[in-house]
Design a protein around this ligand. Structure first.
Ligand SMILES: [Zn+2]
Length: 88
């Protein structure tokens, strides 16, 4: 059973004989806990750094350690048709 990552709706994925699927949109594997911090945001067309360098450095080391020790969960990223269409 898959759920839409955005709205949480349960998805019924049907895989057709040629290997394509219906009922959801698959965007690949995401690693939970890796890179889950906001580094910068766009303000008036300018990219503003939102965390200090020390913090950024700390997060980078933390992610590196997590990747090294495989301390993350691999999740399949699915969106339902509604959420997927909203983005377009
Ligand atoms: Zn959704």
């Amino acid at each position: 059973m898959r759920n839409c990552v955005v709205c949480g709706k349960a998805l019924e994925i049907t895989v057709t004989r040629d290997g394509s699927y219906r009922g959801g949109n698959y965007f690949g594997i995401i690693r939970s806990g890796i890179g889950d911090y906001g580094v910068a945001e766009l303000k008036n067309g300018e990219l503003i750094r939102t965390i200090s360098w020390i913090r950024y450095f700390w997060y980078t080391l933390r992610d590196f350690k997590r990747l090294l020790l495989k301390q993350y969960e691999e999740l399949e990223y699915w969106e339902c048709d509604d959420c997927c269409n909203d983005d377009v």
